[in-house]
Design a protein around this ligand. Structure first.
Ligand code: DX5
Ligand code: ZN
Length: 223
């Protein structure tokens, strides 16, 4: 049994004091730092990209978990790997089956971990072409685009389905990450369903004591 990992999303951090926020989540016990890359096309919002990742990578020992919410991941995957991504998350909706296989292979050939993300309405079966090779699957529990939204009820069922699909494919090591509306109340649900990595934006960074909030979510998931 492995305790759940917390992946704070810096989309909710204080960009004017980002270095302080990164040091805080490191000390509080975060495992990953989650970087939400949005292009204004695949999702309506526009956030951060390669230059920020480069500086972040130089400043932290946390696993840099890059969530690509962009229309053309095959073009940009090499840029993010070059900038320091340790784990690259691509959305299944942006790629054909054949492209998805190519994306995962490209990420692995560069020595990085590969994950595939699913929007709330995308079935778990979209993972099938690559599930045997994935390091992680990302179940979105909100529509991607913005932090601070509410967890979509029933997302925990999708976590359980993804876990079952990985098991059936013989990929016992695949992690399951959940992203969107995760906090003290929702963490136990998704953890019980088999989630290994919890992304937290507002629940950590908008809390009065963010380090304590991170540990509270982790403790809530571990009961
Ligand atoms: C949503 C992003 C999330 C988001 C999480 O599109 O992928 O990572 O920032 O924020 P919270 O935890 O506030 O829902
Ligand atoms: Zn995300």
């Amino acid at each position: 049994y492995q305790p759940v990992k917390i992946a704070p999303s810096i989309l909710s951090a204080d960009f004017m004091h980002l270095a302080d926020d990164i040091a805080m989540i490191e000390q509080a016990g975060a495992a990953f730092v989650h970087i939400d890359v949005m292009d204004g096309h695949f999702v309506p919002n526009l956030t951060m990209g390669v230059p920020l990742l480069k500086q972040l990578k130089a400043a932290t020992s946390l696993v840099c978990d890059v969530h690509l919410m962009i229309d053309n991941p095959l073009t940009e995957i090499p840029w993010f790997i070059e900038a320091g991504a340790d784990l690259v998350n691509v959305h299944a909706e942006t790629l054909t089956e054949e492209e998805l296989v190519r994306a995962v292979a490209m990420i692995h050939e560069a020595g990085c971990k590969a994950a595939v993300a699913l929007k709330p309405k995308t079935p778990v079966s979209a993972l099938a072409p690559v599930i045997a090779d994935l390091d992680m699957a990302l179940v979105m529990s909100v529509e991607p685009g913005f932090s601070g939204q509410s967890y979509i009820a029933g997302s925990d069922r999708k976590v359980a389905e993804a876990a079952a699909l990985a098991r059936a494919a013989g990929n016992e090591a695949m992690l399951i990450q959940v992203d969107g509306g995760i906090g003290e109340a929702t963490a136990p649900l998704v953890a019980a369903a088999g989630a290994d990595v919890l992304v937290c934006g507002n629940a950590v960074f908008k809390a009065p004591d963010p380090a304590l909030a991170l540990q509270t979510v982790q403790a809530a998931a571990d009961v």
